[in-house]
Write a protein that binds this ligand. Structure first.
Ligand code: GDP
Length: 423
């Protein structure tokens, strides 16, 4: 059984929390794209954990975690993330963590390039997390990346680095940066942070194929939501990889396998980090209240997130491109204190009503059409059955379900594992 857990919106939907919950019934948890540019926050009995690179299953001792070939791995960050978790008592070994030999390494020069470019862009910047993600994905497609498996072949590794650095320093020199990245300094960096992961590197495709044949339950965990997908998101304000579930088998190393079920994680309101079109955006006091209630600050960067009402147009599109079979609606409890709940049910572009999510410049011009729902003004945190929710909250969930056309199977009413309604 292969299940994908993906974001329907702009990311930060609470995927980490749902993966943590749903991973209980899984054997293997796989990350298939992205790097340390986003974070999952998981709260369990041992405390609060922010995971940037490691799959969320790492917090459960009996699960195997896989970092797939679709990922970009900053080994310095990975070394620090694993050290932090070990300090908190989390066991990490090649038994419960496998890293694809084809996963690409994100180097300090990629981080540097990311920062130089954002600075150069000034007002026109993308709102990059400055973790080197766009440059390393670009390197990958330029065929100028070094992969985790290369760590196991020292002579080949050195030759690859020579080729890559010749070119990379040429690129960096255009920004006035010096030739600070030498083959020796990068080998030293790899020795310091990357070498410890050599025992974890393997052909994850072969591992997962065998596991699937044995009937193991495999879960694919996405980072960032549908609207950040490089092809289907709000390009160019997207991530640099495919976040959609259809990419999961490719990014995990198993294009030979098919996903049985996709669970879409969708937030009861909207949030968006960084720049780019965000039609449902709220401003002023209304935004401040929602941001504070929801604790909407970036897990990886601490940046305040832009907030807005639930966006039917964007969410319905998100459900479509994610091929969502069922929905987990998160953070419903954040709306508990509001007098009125704001929903964007359609867009208006040049005087026309639009219900299909537009792309590019048309999206920039879209104006929200807002409808208001009566708030329930009661805590939902203790509700464990759908019928226990206040009538207005039930009506809100049912409205959303109908609007996006996908069954809301889970309603999350708190960050803790047990704060969930399963319908
Ligand atoms: P992710 O990247 O999609 O995992 O999203 P975030 O890192 O932004 O995590 C969402 C935050 O909201 C985390 O702090 C979660 O613990 C928290 N959270 C998730 N679901 C709920 C919920 O239903 N209610 C509340 N109050 N908090 C939640």
């Amino acid at each position: 059984m292969l299940t994908a857990i993906v974001g329907i919106n702009w990311g930060d939907e609470g995927k980490g929390r749902m993966v943590d919950l749903l991973s209980e019934e899984q054997d293997i948890i796989v990350r298939y794209q992205g790097g340390n540019n986003a974070g999952h926050t998981v709260i369990n009995e041992r405390g609060k954990f922010v995971l940037n690179l490691l799959p969320s299953g790492i917090l459960r001792p009996d699960k195997v975690n896989v970092m797939g070939n679709g990922m970009v791995v900053d080994v310095e960050h990975l070394a620090k993330e694993t050290a932090r978790l070990r300090e908190a008592g989390v066991a990490i070994s090649p038994d419960n963590l496998k890293i694809s030999d084809r996963a690409v390494i994100c180097f300090p020069y990629n981080v540097k390039q990311d920062c130089l470019e954002e600075d150069r862009l000034g007002d026109k910047r993308f709102g990059s997390t400055r973790r080197g993600i766009a440059p390393i994905y670009a390197d990958k497609y330029m065929k100028k990346a070094v992969r985790m498996g290369d760590l196991l072949q020292p002579e080949y590794l050195r030759a690859r680095l020579e080729t890559v650095l010749d070119w990379k320093n040429l690129c960096l020199s255009a920004y006035g940066a010096g030739n600070e990245y030498t083959v020796e300094s990068m080998l030293e960096w790899l020795e310091k942070y990357g070498a410890q992961f050599k025992p974890y590197v393997c052909d994850t495709g072969a591992y997962l194929t065998e596991a699937a044949e044995q009937g193991k339950r495999i879960m694919f965990e996405a980072q960032l939501g549908a609207l950040r997908d490089i092809d289907f998101g709000i390009y160019p304000y997207t991530s640099s990889s495919n976040t959609v579930s259809a990419y999961a088998p490719v990014g995990a190393g198993v294009p030979n396998l098919k996903i049985d079920k996709t669970v879409g994680i969708m937030k009861a309101y909207s949030t968006c980090v960084g720049e780019g079109p965000f039609t449902a955006e709220m401003f002023g006091q209304e935004a401040h209240e929602l941001r504070e209630a929801g604790g909407e600050y970036g897990a990886a960067t601490g940046r305040p997130r832009r907030v807005g009402g639930f966006d039917v147009v964007a969410s319905k599109y998100g459900c479509r491109v994610q091929a969502a079979d069922e929905i987990a609606l998160t953070k419903l409890d954040i709306l508990d204190g509001l007098d009125e709940i704001t929903v964007v049910d359609s867009y208006e572009i040049d005087g026309e009503t639009v219900t299909e999510f537009p792309m590019g410049e048309r999206l920039n011009r879209a104006k929200p059409h807002v409808v208001k729902f009566k708030g329930w003004k009661k805590s939902t945190c203790a509700c464990r059955k759908f019928e226990e929710l206040p009538a207005e909250a039930q009506a809100y969930v049912e409205y959303i379900e109908k609007a996006v056309g996908v069954y809301v199977k889970y309603v999350s009413v708190g960050a803790e594992r047990e704060s969930i309604i399963v319908r």
